[in-house]
Structure formats: C-alpha cells, structure tokens
Design a binder for this molecule. Structure first.
Ligand code: FAD
Ligand code: MG
Length: 296
C-alpha cells in the first residue's frame, strides 16, 4: 500500500508529527529504531506537564496515544535508504519490504559525540550533561565543572554559575583570550589548566597533576552528528552550526526538497522535548496540508 506520510523516527518529534495526521484520518507509517537521544538519562525536565517524568515513560505514552488511531502503523527497524518515486517516496527498511508514501517526515535526531575522557561516557546523562536547563537545578547549587570541547565552551561556563560554583576545565583544548578571561572572572568562574586523566567513582576527576577533584555535575558540549544519512540521500540542504549540521527547514518545517519535512533535533540547533514536540506538530500539519494544496 502507499501511505500518505512515512515518519522516520518515532520519538518526541516524530510522534508529535503523527498526531495531526492521525487526527485527519490519514494513513501514516512510523519507522523507528528505538535510539532516543536522552536514553542515557532517567528523568526528563522542563517539558510542561511532564517535568521530572521518566524520559521513556513520556515516549511510551506518546506512542500509545498515537497508535490508538486506526490509521497509524508502527514499524520497528532502521530505515537505510529513501528515494523519490513518480508520486512520492520509497523507503528501505533493513530486512523488510520497501515502504512507500506521498510525503516524508524526518525526525531522526542526532548523536552526541562525547569527548574522549576515560569514564565520561559511562556517566553521560547521570552525572555528565550538556543542558543546564534540563539537569542543572537538581545539582542543588553544588560544585559544577565545564569540560571544554572548543572555545565555544566559554559560553557554557558563563551560564553555569546560576546553578552552582563553576570551574572551567580547559583540558588543553584552548586558552581564553583577555576578553573571555574578564567575562569568566566577572561571573566568578574558576579556571583549571591541568588535564583530566580519567573520571572515577560518582564524579571524581583524577587530574594529571595527581589531585582528585569531587564534583556534583559536569557539563560539556559534544559535537553533534545527524543520526541518519537519509536527508543527505534525498538531497536536503543543511545548516552548519557551531556543534554540527542540521537539516535546513522553513517556518513550516519543510526541508529544501519538496514533500520532505524535518523536525526535532535533526532540524534545529539546540533541541529539547518541548521544542521537538512543537516542531513535530508543525511538520505534521504542513505535511497534511501539502497533501491537499499540492496534491500529487
Ligand atoms: P530523538 O529523541 O533522538 O529520537 C530520534 C529517533 O529516531 C530515535 O528513536 C532513533 O532511533 C530514530 N531513528 C534515527 N535514525 C533512524 C532511521 N534511519 N530509521 C528509523 N529510526 C531512526 N531535553 C529536555 O527537554 N529535557 C531533558 O531533561 C533532556 N535531557 C537530556 C539528557 C541527555 C543525556 C540528552 C543527550 C538529551 C536530553 N534532552 C533533554 C534533549 C532531548 O533528548 C532531545 O531534544 C529529544 O530527544 C529530541 O527528540 P527527537 O524526536 O528529535 O529525537
Ligand atoms: Mg528529530
């Protein structure tokens, strides 16, 4: 069968995109590989009505509410390829028959490329974070570290004193200029130039000079990589940001390829659950209306 819309990525953005389409009784297929970006953190914060709820529970409830609509199908698997057909798109899913639809929504998210410090990856989402709005409050004004990944880390270090006494670990990545040093001083940020050898215990930083520093939380800004190459395969344009590229979209979340919409972290710099849900809703509405006003 040919679906009206295939949504690739069935997390917050993709589920939200499905909702207006389901409510318009359109035939929707959601293809999802089950690798939410926030699966490393137990609780999610800052999403109105869901503050402090388990991240998995929010996704599961969204999925149950979407699948309650008869016209929505779910396919567990990884889309490996998508191409244009005469009147839409064909999507290949590993180990399954190809699926076809008139429109595509890409909600495939991003992957965090973490700094290569031994012990850091195991603590990602539990003691090591990137977003202070998501995880800063719970640190209760404790000792906070910022691990530099680029000169942009000055920005993160300047924000964090609102959440606790902050130390910027330069880790040999860069040296702040005079203006940055003055800004950091004005915000009371301490500087640490000895490198981190590894992280142990809950969050003990074993420094190259032999000291052991205990922190309550460590923040860092990972490089981001699009989780799926499908946007590139379809010829979508991208926007380069300081942490990685995102799929270029207009205010309706249409990509630069007609019939292809993109939402969530894959299509905005600096995402969150509420932003993914807002953008997903817009993409779903736009894909629906394009079936009527550009109906081919
Ligand atoms: P994702 O949730 O990443 O979902 C993308 C989905 O697409 C995945 O299920 C993936 O498997 C699927 N997919 C990808 N490629 C394919 C493919 N080829 N075929 C099929 N499926 C595919 N935000 C908050 O608002 N509050 C928080 O407290 C919070 N905490 C966070 C904690 C951590 C540790 C991290 C890393 C992030 C956190 N975030 C938080 C950010 C939040 O996780 C993202 O903004 C949000 O998940 C974006 O939703 P999304 O639907 O765009 O992408
Ligand atoms: Mg996404």
């Amino acid at each position: 069968m040919q679906y009206d819309v295939i949504i690739i990525g069935g997390s917050y953005a993709g589920l939200a995109a499905g909702m207006p389409l389901a409510r318009a009784r359109r035939q929707v297929l959601v293809i999802d590989a089950g690798q939410r970006r926030n699966r490393f953190a137990q609780h999610s914060h800052g999403f109105l009505t869901q503050d402090g709820t388990e991240a998995a529970a929010i996704a599961a409830k969204g999925r149950a509410q979407l699948l309650a609509y008869d016209s929505v199908r779910w396919l567990e698997g990884k889309a490996s390829n998508a191409e244009r057909t005469e009147n839409g798109f064909r999507v290949q899913v590993e180990g399954m028959a190809p699926q076809e639809a008139r429109r595509l929504v890409l909600a495939t998210g991003v992957v965090d490329l973490l700094p290569d410090v031994p012990g850091l990856a195991e603590r990602w989402g539990r003691h090591v974070f990137h977003c202070p709005y998501c995880h800063g409050y719970e640190l209760n004004q404790g000792q906070i570290g910022v691990l530099a990944t680029s000169p942009m880390s000055v920005h993160q270090a300047l924000l964090l004193p609102d959440w606790g006494a902050t130390t910027l670990f330069l880790n040999g990545v860069f040296e702040p200029d005079d203006e940055q040093l003055a800004q950091l001083k004005a915000r009371g940020v301490r500087l640490e130039r000895s490198r981190i050898e590894r992280i142990a215990g809950e969050l003990e930083l074993l420094m190259q000079d032999g000291r052991v520093l205990h922190l309550t939380g460590l923040f860092t800004a990972p490089r981001l990589e699009l989780a799926s190459p499908i946007a590139a395969m379809l010829g979508c344009e991208f926007e380069e940001g300081p942490f990685g590229r995102t799929i270029k979209t207009d205010h309706m979340k249409a990509s630069t390829v007609p019939g292809v919409y993109a939402c969530g972290d894959a299509a905005r710099a600096g995402g969150s659950l509420p932003l993914a849900v807002g953008d997903g809703t817009m993409a779903g509405v736009a894909a629906h209306q394009s079936l009527i006003f550009r109906g081919h």
